[in-house]
Design a protein around this ligand. Structure first.
Ligand SMILES: [Zn+2]
Ligand SMILES: [Zn+2]
Length: 255
C-alpha cells in the first residue's frame, strides 16, 4: 500500500519546527534566517495540505491514482491540494489564498537568487498563515498543531497563532528596528508599550499608526510629546506654545 500518510505528517511537522526555529533566529538579529524560515514554512504548508488530501484517500496524493505503476507517479503540489480541499467544500478565504500566493512568489524568488524580501511583511504574513493554518487544522484535521510544536518553539508559536499578540509583537520589533535610538517607545494613543518608533522627533506607532511629535515646554524647556502637552498659548496660530504637566500644575497652584 503506497501510503505515506504518516511520513507526510511527520515531515510537515519537522519543517514547521525548523521554520519556527529560523524565525526565532531572525528575531534574534539574524535577518538571513528569515529566508530559511520562509523556505521551511512553505515546505510545511505543502506537506500539510497533501496530508489533508491523504485523509480522504492516501492514493489521492498521486497525480494519477489509477496508474498501473503507482510508485512511479508524481505527487500533487500545493495548489492541487488546495483546490481539492475547496472542491470538497472546505472554506478557504481569499486572504489566505493571497498569502499563500505571496509566500509562493517569495519562495520562487529565493530559489532563483532574485532575493528581495520586505522583512516586516514577511513576519506579518507568516503570522497570518500560522493563524489560518492553526484554525483550519483545528476544524479539519485529526490532530492539534500545538501538540507537535517543540517546547523551545511553543512561545513563538502561541504568539504567532494569536492575531492580536502577533500584531503587537510585530509592531514592537518594527518600532525597535526603525527607531533612531534603537528602542521602542510608549504610544499614548493605543497605550501600548514599546510600539512607537522615534523618527526625526516624531513617535510613530507601528501598532495603531498614530503619530505624536515632540515639542519643548515653553517654560522649563523639557522635551514633551504633543499628546501629553497642555496648550499654553495658541493666539498666534500656527505657532502654539505648550507647557508640560509639571509646569502647568506649578503655575496653577502658585497662589
Ligand atoms: Zn499606538
Ligand atoms: Zn515644563
Amino acid at each position: 500500500m503506497p501510503t505515506h500518510k504518516l511520513d507526510l505528517l511527520e515531515n510537515a511537522i519537522d519543517s514547521f519546527n525548523e521554520a519556527l526555529r529560523k524565525y526565532q533566529d531572525g528575531l534574534a538579529n539574524d535577518p538571513k534566517a528569515y529566508k530559511f524560515a520562509i523556505l521551511h514554512f512553505s515546505h510545511f504548508l505543502e506537506l500539510l495540505f497533501k496530508y489533508y488530501v491523504a485523509q480522504s484517500h492516501p492514493l489521492l496524493i498521486y497525480k494519477n491514482p489509477f496508474s498501473k505503476s503507482i510508485e512511479k507517479e508524481s505527487t500533487i503540489g500545493l495548489w492541487e491540494a488546495v483546490q481539492f480541499l475547496k472542491n470538497e467544500g472546505n472554506d478557504i478565504s481569499t486572504t489566505f489564498y493571497q498569502d499563500l500566493e505571496w509566500l509562493k512568489r517569495l519562495r520562487n524568488n529565493i530559489e532563483h537568487y532574485r532575493f528581495e524580501m520586505d522583512i516586516p511583511e514577511a513576519r506579518r504574513t507568516i503570522g497570518r498563515l500560522t493563524q489560518a493554518m492553526n484554525e483550519f487544522n483545528s476544524n479539519f484535521s485529526d490532530f492539534d498543531l500545538t501538540d507537535h510544536v517543540e517546547p523551545a518553539n511553543l512561545q513563538i508559536f502561541e504568539e504567532l497563532a494569536d492575531e492580536y499578540r502577533a500584531q503587537l509583537a510585530h509592531s514592537r520589533v518594527e518600532a525597535k528596528e526603525q527607531s533612531e535610538d534603537g528602542e521602542g517607545h510608549y504610544c499614548t494613543y493605543c497605550g501600548n508599550e514599546e510600539t512607537a518608533a522615534l523618527v526625526m522627533g516624531t513617535y510613530i506607532c507601528k501598532f495603531c499608526e498614530e503619530e505624536d511629535s515632540e515639542t519643548n515646554c515653553c517654560i522649563c524647556g523639557e522635551p514633551i510629546r504633543i499628546s501629553d502637552a497642555i496648550t499654553w498659548n495658541d493666539e498666534h496660530a500656527p505657532h502654539i506654545d505648550y507647557v508640560c504637566e509639571a509646569c502647568d500644575y506649578r503655575i496653577r497652584n502658585m497662589n
